[in-house]
Design a protein around this ligand. Structure first.
Ligand code: OXD
Ligand code: MN
Length: 591
């Protein structure tokens, strides 16, 4: 399919190491994909679902030990340890190549190596970056065909250069003791072994579009961020774009596809989804910040997705979708997950492949779930009813507001605006959230997750913040930066804010601020809305409760300041002086 010597030599080298029985190039055609689906069904790797109810849909189960990203086994391999920083795991490149070569040696014996040429971003556009993933997993091929732009056009766009990201993946024995997800930013390479879980093996996503891309962005003057992108269209047809960063499994997909509440819908407002997970951002000729979603599909969390939380996502998954680790309903050969509806199937197989009795399901005991809490759907962006007409626009969309957010039961108010880009960068750097199921480890513990990028920055965190500050100086017409928290709870632990589509009420305040249409109250942490300026018409929520949601509790913020200082110490000596000054200034304002 190509004569590019860099590609051919590299594949020869990788094949000599992994020793596949044969090599198949993925051309992006539907015929080839169909052949691979049939093969995966014949080996049991995928189950074909009811083609009348769910045309083109399949179910896959990962190994029980392999259900989430593994941050402890994810490495950034720069020649100097300092360049990977203190938050990332580091291994010297030579040591890592040697260690992993042993795991890759002969790992594809008796298997096929698939060569997947793919593009992140529209092929041929200024934003696009190319990669090749070599893998021994058909599941990976079929997911990459949904999540990225794959095939011969990509090879043509690469031409005869070595400007592509070299990704090597083998599920090997799916041995968790020898699972490694390693990045070599100085070599444009990614090696992933002993996993079959999406976040570890769909190398275009977290590995390339965030870790390697953030490194390239720093070098080349752009940004790769863990952000959704959405557009809000006003009744006159004008669309304003917002990008937002939330930690994994905090509702990015739901916000990206939100359905406007009745009060806005009846006036003619619409919301369009450009992306749900990753944004690449560049300064445009007009001095604004422009964003593209480099992906081509959604790898969304299934549990909790339902008619109320995200009808658009639900619709998106009704055709040509790969479900991973959800419940298999044997009565009609469809799928189910916790939070889909109140009708769990009586005759069902759980995510581990065992018969599942919904009557034994106990909400508080995750081990009784039918679907894994991090079970997923992989679906084409173009399936989505609210996909933006700009989704494919090679120039991207201009961003009016950047929104950071976390899952905080107390401290952070419903929304506040930073004082400017530098303070906004500080607000991003102190983001925190209670942990969820998207990564392995304890659930419910508060952890700092700057810009929602803690597991995804391909270099030192302090340098990454410095890059944010630098970018601010290069954007004459920079977006305003905000922070939201949908997850404040009352004394009984219930969420106070209704969330979901009603989050648009907060986005409308954000856009009004961007257009200087509304005043705000200056507080120690930033500009907070006057309660009267958040539209709560039609909500079962009083002014007093809204005031409570917007309150800034100085004592808990002072506690947070102490925690932030510890975190900055942990990040180390590359924390920019400007951010330390911002922290000091916050402390002074609170005192
Ligand atoms: C994801 C994640 O899968 O952030 O998007 O873990
Ligand atoms: Mn994500």
């Amino acid at each position: 399919m190509t004569k590019n010597p860099y590609i051919l030599n590299w594949i020869d080298e990788m094949a000599a190491m992994t020793q596949p029985d044969n090599i198949v190039w993925i051309d992006g055609s539907e015929e080839q994909a169909e052949t691979l689906r049939a093969e995966a069904v014949s080996t049991g790797e995928m189950i074909q679902l009811n083609q009348d109810l769910l045309p083109g849909c399949y179910l896959h189960r990962t190994a029980v030990n392999d259900v989430a990203r593994v941050e402890g086994r994810t490495f950034i391999c720069t020649s100097k340890k300092e360049d990977a920083g203190t938050i990332n795991n580091w291994m010297a490149p030579a040591e890592c190549y040697e260690k992993l070569s042993k795991l890759f040696r002969g790992s594809m014996k008796g298997r096929t190596m698939y060569v997947i040429p793919y593009s992140m971003g529209q092929v041929g556009s200024d934003f696009a970056k190319y990669g090749i993933e070599l893998t021994d997993s058909i599941y990976v091929v079929l997911n990459m065909l949904i999540m990225t732009r794959v095939g011969t056009a990509v090879l043509e766009a690469m031409g005869n250069t070595d400007g592509f990201i070299k990704g090597l993946h083998s599920k090997a024995q799916v041995d968790e003791e020898n699972r490694y997800i390693c990045h070599f930013p100085e070599d444009n390479a990614i090696w992933s072994v002993n996993s079959g879980y999406g976040g570890n093996v769909l190398l275009g996503k977290k590995c390339f579009a965030l870790r390697i891309a953030s490194y390239l962005g720093k070098k080349e003057g752009w940004m790769a961020e863990h952000m959704l992108i959405l557009g809000i269209e006003s009744p006159d047809g004008d669309v304003r774009y917002i990008s937002a960063a939330f930690p994994s499994a905090c509702g990015k997909t739901n916000l990206a596809m939100l359905i406007p509440p009745e009060i806005y819908k009846k006036k003619g407002y619409k919301v369009w989804c450009v992306g749900d997970d990753i944004a690449w951002l560049r300064v445009g000729k007009d001095g604004r910040l422009w964003a593209v979603n480099p992906e081509n599909g959604f790898f969304g969390v299934a549990p909790g997705t339902n008619e109320k939380s995200n009808p658009n996502a639900l619709y998106t998954t009704t055709k040509n979708t790969i479900f991973t680790n959800v419940v298999h309903n044997l009565d009609n050969n469809t799928v189910w997950w916790e939070g889909l509806d109140n009708n769990p199937p009586a005759n069902a197989i759980d995510w581990k492949g065992n018969p599942w009795d919904y009557k034994k399901y106990d909400k508080k005991d995750k081990s009784t779930c039918g679907a894994h809490p991090n079970s997923r759907f992989t679906a084409m962006a173009t399936n989505c009813p609210c996909i933006s007409s700009e989704f494919d626009n090679p120039a991207g969309v201009p961003i009016s507001a950047i929104v950071f957010g976390g899952r905080r039961a107390k401290t952070a108010p419903l929304v506040y605006q930073s004082f400017g880009w530098q303070h906004g960068t500080f607000v991003g750097s102190i983001m925190a959230s209670e942990t969820t199921a998207a990564a392995a480890g304890a659930v419910g513990v508060v952890r700092r997750d700057p810009m929602a990028m803690r597991p995804f920055v391909g270099y030192d965190m302090g340098d990454y913040w410095a890059h944010w500050l630098d970018m601010g100086k290069k954007i004459p017409n920079a977006p305003k930066i905000f922070h939201v928290n949908w997850f404040r709870t009352d004394d009984e632990g219930h969420f106070i804010w209704p969330g979901f589509g009603d989050n648009m009420r907060v986005l409308m305040w954000i856009l009004a601020r961007c257009e200087d249409k509304v005043e705000a109250r200056e507080t120690a942490i930033g500009y907070v809305p006057y309660a009267k300026d958040i539209n709560i018409e039609g909500l079962d929520l009083g002014m007093e409760t809204l005031e409570e949601l917007l309150s800034v509790d100085k004592a808990s913020w002072l506690e947070d300041v102490a925690n932030i200082k510890d975190f900055y110490d942990q990040v180390g000596d590359r924390v920019p002086a400007e951010l330390k000054e911002e922290l000091k200034a916050l402390e002074n304002r609170l005192a």
